[in-house]
Structure formats: C-alpha cells, structure tokens
Ligand binder design. Structure first.
Ligand code: NAP
Length: 293
C-alpha cells in the first residue's frame, strides 16, 4: 500500500514555485497575492497566516486585509474593486466563511476573473465546464488531481467516484477529472447525501475521493480491494487523550480502509498541504498572464 505523502509533494511543488518566482522577480514581475479576511474565525485566521507565510517563503508579494465582522457587503466590494485595479496584485482571495450580512456570490462576482486564483468566479467555473484551460481551477480539486499525477496514478479510463458535490471541492473536481487530457479522461460518478446504495456506488471506484465533511464516514465496505482513496475531509473531533483535547481526522476511516488500498492519503498531511501549493501556482500563472498581456 502506498501512503501518498501530500506534504512532500507540496514541498516539491513549492520549490518549483520558488524558482519560478525568482525568475519573474529578476524580470521585474513579482507575483502578488491579496488575502481578505472578514471577522475573527480562528480556522480562517490560521489558513490566512499559512498562506502569507508560504508567499513570503516563495518570494512573492503578499498583502492581508483584515476587516471586522460588521463589515458591509458594499465595503467589501469596494475593497475587492480596488484590488482588481492594483497592478501589484495578481491573485485575490476572499476567505470564507463570510458573515451573514454578506452575500458571498455577489462578492465573488465582483472579482476580476483574471485575478480569481481561487477559481470560484462564474467565468472560471464556466471555463472549467467547457474544458478550456485558460481559466483558474479551485485549489483543492487541482491539488487532488496533482496528487494523483505525482503518484503515477492513471485517471484515463478509470472509474472515479467523487463523494460530495460542493462548489469548492466535489463539483469542480468531477469536471476536472472528466475533462479531456492528462490527469483527466476518467469516467466520473458524483455521489452525495441523496445517493441510494452509497457504499455499493463507492465500491465501483478505482479511485474514490471523499469530500463530505463527515468524520471517518467511509468504511472498509465502501472500498474495493486495490482502490486508490483520496481523503479531502478535515474534521476536528474530540480526543480526551490528546494534549489539545481534539484531533484531526478525514472523511475516511483510515485504519480499516488503508489495508484494502493500492494507495491512500493520510489526514493530516495528504490533500491539505496541496491546497496552498496550488494557490501559489495559480498566482504565479496569473502573474505570467498579466505580464504577457
Ligand atoms: P460541504 O460544502 O459541506 O459539502 C459536503 C458535500 O458532501 C455535499 O455535497 C453533501 O451532500 C455531501 N454529504 C454530506 N454528508 C453526506 C453523507 N452522509 N453521505 C453522502 N454525502 C454527504 O463541504 P466541502 O466544503 O466540500 O468540504 C468537504 C470536506 O473537505 C470538509 O471536511 C472540509 O473541511 C474539507 N476541505 C478540505 C480542504 C483541504 O484543503 N484539504 C479544502 C476544502 C474542504 P448534499 O449536497 O446532498 O448536501
């Protein structure tokens, strides 16, 4: 059984990014990422800190805007518009979740699609659906695809079951893997909370990808012998015996599923580190496109 080491693969990609950034910097074009955080959600603060740290390590320009939880939609949209016009910024990321007075879709719609390195703008979702490769694809799906590529797991002709249909993970991932070309060409089934005979559907998978946010939901009887399992889930569960009182688990019951697998990702250390690595790659790609335009 291969344990797919997302941390090591992300470190390798980040090293490639560092070299790419150095070349762009030498040419007078420093890739710039702006992250906007609204409110004080501790998990979001931690993600944003990580993104800033990675930017700095790679030699990128990084700006953080922290707004209070009472920020209005109009104020946030004004900030996004200013960032759209800022030539030092090539990627804009509005960290979710946003407070209830703000309509996330309205905010995302005001992003310049050419700076939407999260890949959530309708133009970029549309390009992905059309199979066009000049848009931005959401970072977690992109990270899952890259993990498979880097691990030598062939998607062409494979039966893939994506468990979960969110716009952040499941749906774009299904599109990515069914699109034509390298890392795609799979036969994709998308399952969700209304799917009948869920375990039986999952057992049809050569590659099973779980993105449902349900701790250790995928049990051994969901997985066929020799399957590849990618666990996107990040769930904090109580753990009285741990110093923190809690621990992170995925959507897959790792201990019982791993022995059946050809390859599997752990949580933490699987898909998680890939998301930020892909965000950096998208921002560098954006900088290159702006330079060429
Ligand atoms: P989400 O928006 O809550 O979507 C969950 C999806 O799973 C929905 O499509 C839902 O079905 C489906 N689902 C929920 N319970 C189910 C069940 N019991 N059986 C079958 N399907 C079920 O979640 P998300 O944003 O996609 O995130 C999913 C997980 O990935 C979370 O643990 C999250 O923390 C993690 N995540 C990790 C990263 C990373 O960087 N590694 C990034 C993003 C998310 P319905 O549509 O029918 O409701």
């Amino acid at each position: 059984m291969l344990l797919i080491d997302g941390k090591a693969i992300a470190a390798k990609i980040n090293e490639e990014s560092r070299v790419a950034v150095a070349a762009l910097n030498a040419d007078g074009h420093q890739p710039g990422l702006a992250v906007v955080l609204v409110g004080e959600d501790p998990a979001s603060q931690a993600y944003v800190r990580n993104k800033e740290k990675t930017c700095r390590e790679l030699g990128m320009h990084s700006v953080k805007h922290e707004l209070t939880a009472s920020t209005s939609q109009e104020e946030l949209i004004r900030l996004v518009s200013a960032l759209n016009d800022d030539p030092r910024i090539h990627g804009i990321l509005v960290q979710s979740p946003l407070p209830p007075q703000i309509n996330e879709r309205a905010v995302v719609a005001t992003l310049d699609p050419r700076k939407d390195v999260d890949g959530f703008h309708p133009v970029n979702v549309g390009k992905l659906a059309l199979g066009e490769d000049d848009g931005f694809v959401a970072c977690t799906p992109l990270g899952c695809q890259r993990l498979l590529l880097e691990s030598g797991i062939e998607t062409k002709g494979a039966n893939v079951v994506v468990l979960g249909r969110s716009m952040i993970v499941g749906k774009p991932l299904a599109l990515l893997l069914m699109n034509k070309g390298r890392g795609g060409d799979a036969t994709v089934t998308v399952a969700h909370s209304r799917t009948r005979e869920l375990a039986a559907v999952c057992r049809t998978a050569d590659i099973l990808i779980a993105a449902i946010g349900q701790p250790e939901f995928v049990k051994a009887d969901f997985v066929r012998e020799g399957a590849v399992v990618i666990d996107v889930g990040i769930n904090r569960v109580p753990a009285p015996d741990s110093p923190k009182g809690s621990r992170l688990v995925g959507d897959v019951a790792f201990a019982e599923v791993a022995p059946k697998c050809r390859a599997i990702t752990p949580v933490p250390g699987g898909v998680g580190p890939m998301t930020i690595a892909m965000l950096m790659q998208n921002t560098i790609a954006s900088c290159r496109r702006w330079r060429a335009s």
